[in-house]
Design a protein around this ligand. Structure first.
Ligand SMILES: [Zn+2]
Length: 307
């Protein structure tokens, strides 16, 4: 029963049967008008956001993610072109049960990518100090205290998403090839492929699992529910330019259309009065550290000048 409910939600979630159609391009169904069909898209704690590092607050209760959590291989993995993104649905995904990093037990149920359109270089959803990366990977988990993903989806802290920036480097990322090699099989809208050789999700995470940003936000696509505990890792992963181009040119967004999936990101939303935390000793904001550094160097100079 539970599995059936979970599957139902995964499919409704990805096939946007929640209501009206929505798209990333401007127009009546574009991001500016999502709130006309999906009320939550116009509320106060929306995602993504531009993270201003200098305004983040250190929280010593936040710990480092344990890499071994992510090495468990899911029971079933399905690669899917849902018309909005490249997505992998998981059954029997790993569970993060570590209160130092997340406020509950969260089980992974899908991951997907947002990326820049053809001939564009900016496609991440979150920005850091005004910088937008080429792409962003989202690993989506639900809080297992709820009976189903569908129930968790609408609850405060019902979901936890891990965001990983993807930048363009000089080398081929063999892990990303696990998503790109079979991409020709899901070129058309709604095509999917079940992996016969499954793999762990940990391979898509950066080396550094200690430095990240944490805030309360929303799904970045309709229905925009404000149920997400966001983790955005500081360190990006890298893919080659050729891999980036494969991603940009392989998937069709709709049936009988040559429109490609890409440019599939929402622009940063207002932070309002939300706080962005990061692991670290409380009280030492990066701004105070910088000021302290300047004051110290001024004192050292003043002291040196006396002699
Ligand atoms: Zn996403």
């Amino acid at each position: 029963m539970f599995k059936l409910a979970a599957l139902f939600v995964i499919f409704t979630f990805t096939e946007c049967t929640y209501g009206a159609t929505w798209v990333y391009s401007q127009g009546p169904y574009g991001p500016e008008n999502w709130l006309n069909s999906y009320d939550a898209c116009g509320t106060m704690s929306q995602s993504p956001i531009d993270i201003v590092h200098g305004a983040t607050v250190a929280d010593e209760k936040l710990g480092k993610f344990n890499r071994t959590t992510f090495t468990a291989i899911p029971d079933k993995m399905t690669l899917l072109n849902n018309g909005h993104a490249l997505q992998v649905n998981l059954e029997g995904g790993y569970t993060v049960s570590d209160r130092n990093v997340l406020p509950g037990d969260y089980q992974a149920f899908q991951f997907h990518l947002h990326w820049a359109a053809v001939n564009q270089s900016r496609g991440s959803e979150h920005w850091i100090d005004g910088k937008q990366y080429f792409a962003e990977l989202h690993i989506v988990h639900y809080n297992t205290k709820y009976a189903s993903i569908g129930e968790a989806l609408t609850q405060h802290e019902g979901l936890a998403v891990l965001g990983v920036f993807v930048a363009i480097g000089s080398e081929t990322n063999e892990n990303i090839d696990l998503l790109l090699n079979p991409i020709a099989q899901i070129q058309q809208y709604n095509q999917q492929m079940i992996y016969s050789s499954k793999f762990d999700i940990g391979r898509f995470l950066p080396e550094d699992l200690e430095n990240y940003y944490r805030y309360s936000g929303s799904l970045t696509t309709p229905p925009c529910f404000e149920s997400v505990v966001w983790t955005v890792f500081n360190e990006p992963i890298y893919i080659s330019r050729a891999q980036a181009e494969t991603l940009q040119t392989s998937l069709y967004a709709r049936a009988n259309s040559t429109d490609l999936v890409g440019g599939n990101y929402r622009l940063p939303q207002p932070l309002h009065d939300r706080k962005i935390s990061r692991p670290g000793k409380s009280g030492a904001s990066p701004l105070t550290s910088t000021i302290l550094l300047h004051v110290t160097s001024m004192l050292v100079t003043a002291y040196a000048l006396r002699f």
